[in-house]
Design a protein. Structure first.
Length: 94
């Protein structure tokens, strides 16, 4: 189950993927949002975590597509940035 957590900040998107209803059942988490500083308000930072036993099944790709669609429709966002560790080949491939 993939759910938009509907943050109170209109400049932030938070997606959770769960395999059940409790907090312990979270298998993936994505946050995309901007900062309140006017000079960088057009830049959104993306962060994503996927539980090891659910990696490689397309979940990250699906969540990323949803997030980028949201960003493309957002009136302030002109650029999305993802920072990853240099040895994280899967994240770099996204």
């Amino acid at each position: 189950m993939l759910r938009d957590m509907g943050t109170k900040d209109p400049n932030e998107l938070r997606l959770l993927a769960r395999c059940g209803e409790s907090d312990a059942d979270v298998i993936a988490d994505l946050t995309l949002g901007t900062k309140s500083f006017q000079r960088i308000a057009h830049v959104a930072k993306l962060g994503m975590e996927i539980r090891k036993d659910f990696r490689g099944v397309g979940l990250g790709d699906a969540m990323l597509r949803i997030a980028l669609t949201w960003a493309a429709q957002h009136p302030l966002i002109a650029r999305v940035e993802l920072q990853v560790f240099a040895d994280n080949a899967r994240a770099i491939a996204l």
